[in-house]
Design a binder for this molecule. Sequence first.
Ligand code: RUQ
Ligand code: CUA
Length: 675
Amino acid sequence: MTEEAVEGRRKWLSTPVLILAVIVGLVLGVVGARFGFGVATGGNLAAVASERGLSGEQAEAALATFVPPGEHDEYLLFASGGHSGQMHVIGVPSMRLLKTIPVFAPDAWSGYGFGADWTMELLEHGSDPAKNDPLLWGDTHHPALSETDGDYDGRFLYINDRANGRIALVDLRDFKTREIYDIPNLQTSHGGVFATPNTEYVHISAKTPSPLWEPDGFAELDEYEEKFRGMSTFLSVDQDTGHFIADESFQIELPPYNQDLADAGKLASDGYAFINSYNTEMATGGILEGEPPLETGAVAADFDYLHIIDWHKAEQVVAEGKYVEHNGMRVITLDTAIEEGLLHFAPEPRNPHGVDISPDGNYIVVSGKLDPNTTIYSIERIERAIAEQDFEGHDPFGVPILTFDSVVEAQVEVGGGPLHTQFDGDGHAYTSLFVESAVAKWTLGPEAGVSEGDAWELLDKIPVHYNIGHLATSHGDTVGATRDWLVAMNKWSVDRHTPVGTLHPQNFQLIDVSGDEMRLVRDMPIGFGEPHYAQMISVDVLENQVWATYPEVGMDTLTKELSPVATTYEDARIEDNGDVVDVYMAVLRSHFKPDVVRVREGQTVNFHLTNIETAQDATHGFAIPGYNAQASLDPGETLTVTIDADRTGSWGFYCTEFCSALHLEMQGWLLVEPG
Ligand code: RUQ
Ligand code: CUA
């Protein structure tokens, strides 16, 4: 958004509008400033608002977020799709759903998991090899956009599966999943996902400790302290492709606490990783055996431990060979981590949730859901305490605990049930309040450009509907956070939307944070899974690198290189090689060449399909009845659909995308003769 437009909106929104007649003039000014056309001609805006029963504020909100037909949004929100196993791409401020990216779950439209070999390979590759079937669901939780110099660069998107200890890579040129990685020594993960400032690594922490050193993966719960362990994982990233490089990655063994949310240090704190933990009490539940519920045991102590990891030092330790290899991963053991001084703890009020680093990198904000305060640590104090060995003790495993009073910079009372914090680059922090169903806006300290007198103050609070989990501001967890929009990701919607049965939609709410006071301007019901966290990126960053079509006809979806099985229209052919039939098929409006494929029962048939189109949107599908096969080919894409021709019959394959006037005629025959 241009400075002018932001100014325009700020002015607009801070003007008290009480009567509709007053709106009209303002409306015209704002609309003009925002969208660059002259003063609107029709003078009936007030009439429309009144006819629709809109208050002045509502009419304002509508205009502030309206993106006219044919125009684009300023930001894209990459929201995890929760149990849908997918990612959702939403335009801001219009809050229009633009795309769903299938990641861990099949999707029929794009043919993901239904035919194209590359999609089957991804899903299979990302599944525990000990299981026979690929995992076909996931619980997507924490997206992490790749970064350069601490800000989103629009190249890659990473997203974890909360349920199965996996992480996926989405290529942001074509918005397609490119890899699913089943992380060794990690049973599950929750929120501990982030990219380091130059995407050297993508980090993921274990949520639930597991007996990962036991050969059969089993241990009794009364051996919890001895045998269960957590993990902090640094997955090395190939800078060209975004892929994970397993043998350049490493893990750090951690005590059996629940290592939860995490964030990367940046600028002043570059080189550190911060991870919250809870259940440092190591409660394991066992109600039927006379133990208190896990929940009760896990809140017994007043403090848990903020984990502070010096990952530059960890890299060095690995380079010196001080690791053990475990299931194909280099692991720095807990003892080594302590000995080498790369792991410290700082006490944090019990059962914390989010840990978020301010854009300048100086402040580490921890929110404990059971404490109305956020606790802010400074990297300067932490580094000093480490250097001076200012410890208040050690945990049962020998990890040094920094003295609380030495490392805490401030506490701000924000309200009930603080969870997560995002920033706006103007010295403000925004914290979600789950219990209070609100967002609190408060000031950071001097290192973030706030004058001493104004530091650490609660400025504003806005109710949200209801029970907010995460929140996202634009570039809000990077060095380039901007003061524009905030999306509240609410777990409950209660009666906010037209009733649709007993499973209610979740509720995103768009809040304008450009002015002094926060303003709620739009609701967006979310009818798929529980979207968890989201990141909001400026469209300017993405625009120049997103492909509208594949740049070269014949490109392989996974390698992004010319596919060895691509065909031209002239070379389309069938090669019968005995057991295997290779069909090199050209796909275009509005036919397949060849359109009759004759095979014998028992042969394996490889349909190598090339969409030879170069026009935007000229996508074709390829579905074969009787064979559970459906693929989708974007312009320029080549992929292979392999089937075992084990069902005789005359099968009419067809294009599944309404691609042209003769779309219905875009069909053909697979003749499987009795063998
Ligand atoms: S963390 S509870 Cu992203 Cu709030 Cu899951
Ligand atoms: Cu191609 Cu319909």
